[in-house]
Design a protein around this ligand. Structure first.
Ligand code: PLP
Length: 437
């Protein structure tokens, strides 16, 4: 675990990254890389993102420096990805060692880091089989395809319906964006895949009604996040998740839990299902799995996995040795009592600090979440201002996230220093004062 550092970080303290990629370093004899700035983004990148006005160039633990040398406390974690912070020594070591060994072999061969990572994941979870890929969307795409294929093979071609929830987020492929049930992400790309029934999250009666249609005999799967992250940080109730399990069992459907954001220790358990009393048939992981190195995984049982026989599904980079070596190192650090208990302790520290801020400022109507995954819903007076808080926070030297227009989201490293939590909360309070006045 990263020990809390003694030195309180200074807003905009100049770090050794003061001269970032705008004045890039060069190897003797090599051409210096061309200077780039935030403005370059608008000149050369597809405009589907609107990045902040500064460019991060270096990270260490839970601190990030931009091109100007300004330092930011990182409460965003690259959207719940950098589970061990930036450049954790165990990850750097694993990457460097693997980089000197072998980078890529394709799935015509297997490789040691992938096998070791799959062994770790199956030993630690309900799963007996793992499929590796490169992102969360790809893991969910594989999960949905597997559910359809399994149903096809066991029940025939008519069992295709998938129950998913409104305001969910499962990725940006056409299949996963359709599953997500958010029109703003799915509109304009049609025809979208069919066969989805969207119900309200945490609505047990709605779930039962969806199963009652056609007697439930056309349903191949239910896909759920244990807590809706992008959709506003809405924790799934045990009743809802357990009802999904019960109904899937009763109707021969598969329960897919999307643990892409909730997994890998973020809630204080290795995977969130472990503390919800519900075991899925298929689980998807990504984000924190690689701690910043792109990797996704779909976990399932041997029986279900057998529906993906040779050639039925695949991906060039899935199980890439570099990604799996890093993910193996991440796994070994996270899957310890020290780190998982530390997540719970950090949760308490965050909640105490946020409640104290709210007692002084009265800006939040609800503080909710699990582990180091917290949503701060803005009070009625400040609805729609979450993005303003995020922008003000970065001007105060703090990276935070939003989850929709009304919720400020915190998803830092699982091992963020305790002093960094306190300093970040101080910066957040300053930002709230600036944004909400
Ligand atoms: C719950 C959930 N599922 C799937 C995804 C998609 O992951 P990726 O962006 O790696 O494709 C995300 C990303 O935010 C997510 O939060």
């Amino acid at each position: 675990m990263t020990p809390p550092s003694d030195a309180a970080p200074q807003p905009f303290a100049t770090g050794s990254a003061a001269a970032g990629s705008a004045v890039a370093t060069s190897t003797p004899g090599a051409l210096a890389p061309a200077p780039v700035t935030r403005a370059t983004f608008d000149e050369v990148m597809v405009p589907c993102f609107a990045p902040a006005p500064f460019v991060p160039v270096r990270g260490e633990g839970s601190r990030v420096w931009d091109q100007e040398g300004r330092m930011y406390i990182d409460f965003a974690g690259g959207v719940a990805v950098t589970a061990l912070g930036h450049c954790h020594p165990a990850m750097v070591k694993a990457l460097n060692e693997q980089a000197g060994r072998i980078w890529h072999v394709s799935n015509w061969y297997t490789n040691e880091p992938a096998l070791r990572l799959a062994r770790r994941l199956t030993d630690a979870t309900f799963a007996e089989r793992v499929f590796f890929c490169n992102s969360g969307a790809e893991a969910n795409e594989a999960a949905l395809k597997l559910a359809r294929r399994y149903a096809h093979d066991h029940y025939g071609p008519d069992r295709v319906r998938v129950i998913s929830t409104l305001n969910a987020f499962h990725g940006r492929t056409l299949f996963t964006v359709t599953a997500g049930g958010q029109a703003k992400y799915a509109a304009g790309f049609g025809p979208n895949p069919t066969g989805f029934t969207h119900i309200r999250y945490n609505d047990v009666a709605g779930l039962e009604a969806a199963f009652a249609e056609e007697g439930g005999s056309d349903i191949c799967a239910v896909i759920l996040e244990p807590m809706q992250g992008e959709g506003g940080m809405i924790p799934g109730s045990k009743e809802f998740l357990q009802a999904a399990r019960r109904l899937c069992d009763a109707h021969g459907a598969l329960l897919i839990l999307d643990e892409i954001q909730s997994g890998m220790g973020r809630t204080g358990a290795l995977f969130s299902y472990m503390q919800k009393g519900v075991t899925p048939d298929i689980l998807t992981a990504a984000k924190g799995l690689g701690g910043g190195f792109p990797i996704g995984a779909m976990l399932t049982t041997a029986r279900i996995a057998s529906a993906f026989s040779v050639g039925v599904h695949g991906t060039t980079y899935g199980g890439n040795p570099l990604a799996c070596a890093v993910a193996g190192a991440v796994f070994d650090v996270i899957n310890t009592n020290e780190v998982l208990d530390g997540v719970k302790a950090r949760h308490s520290l965050f909640m105490e600090g946020l409640k104290a801020i709210n007692a002084r400022r009265r800006v939040f109507c609800e503080l909710r979440g699990e582990g180091v995954w917290i949503g701060c819903e803005l009070d009625a007076r400040w609805k729609g201002k979450a993005m303003d808080v995020m922008t003000a926070a970065s001007a105060c030297g703090l990276l935070v996230l939003v989850a929709g227009p009304d919720v400020v989201r915190i998803a830092p490293s699982l091992v963020i220093g305790l002093d960094e939590i306190l300093e970040g909360l101080t910066r957040l309070e300053t930002a709230l004062g600036r944004a909400l006045s």
